[in-house]
Design a protein around this ligand. Structure first.
Ligand code: GRF
Length: 185
């Protein structure tokens, strides 16, 4: 299965997916990494795996439709079948949703529908929940709202944000690859 990974930041989920592919745990190929942040660390990670990167700043485009149309052109050139969002900090618009119906997935660091949007881990800790987690879901027009594919619970380390984040990211890296493997079967 040929996939594109979309990321705006560090790209640790991208790296976990790529390593799972290389270890034979995930039957896929990352044909393209797409970022809206040309300086993001995910670009360095992609280059270290020799994976092509499409780095486009949305502000260079007149509209979201134009921006997504340019992305779709690149996805089609690379034969991309599934779009995998991994820390892509932008809502997917109708053009991209229509180009990949039921073929765009996202990972979010909470047990949705709790704590959608930015800083889900901070939201959960501020709320005082004792168990949070990770959700893999299909993407629709909303913010972290599409049908849920997989979830895993992660205990909050009370008073220790860094430790909680570390535990959540570790769970993300394994849940995403197993969920994708199920989807691609
Ligand atoms: C992850 O926590 C993911 O769930 C969220 O953004 C973060 C991305 O981390 N949507 P990374 O760039 O994969 O390291």
């Amino acid at each position: 299965t040929k996939i594109a990974v979309f990321a705006s930041g560090s790209g640790s989920n991208f790296q976990a997916i790529q390593e799972a592919i290389e270890h034979g745990e995930l039957n896929a190929k990352v044909a393209l990494v797409v970022t809206d942040k040309p300086g993001a660390f995910v670009v360095t990670r992609a280059e270290s795996f020799d994976i092509p990167v499409l780095a486009l700043s949305p502000k260079e485009f007149a509209s979201k439709v134009d921006y997504e149309t340019a992305i779709i052109e690149a996805l089609r050139e690379c034969g991309v079948e599934w779009v995998v969002l991994a820390g892509y900090m932008r809502l997917i618009g109708e053009v991209l949703l229509a180009a990949y119906p039921q073929r765009i997935v996202n990972i979010h660091p909470s047990l949705l529908p709790s704590f959608p949007g930015k800083d889900a881990i901070g939201q959960a800790m501020d709320h005082g929940v004792k168990v949070t987690g990770v959700t893999v879901h299909f993407v629709d027009e909303g913010m972290d709202t599409g049908p849920i594919i997989a979830q895993a619970a992660v205990p909050v380390v009370v008073g220790d944000r860094v430790a909680t984040e570390t535990a959540i990211h570790k769970e993300e890296h394994s849940l995403y690859t197993t969920a994708l493997q199920q989807l691609f079967k």
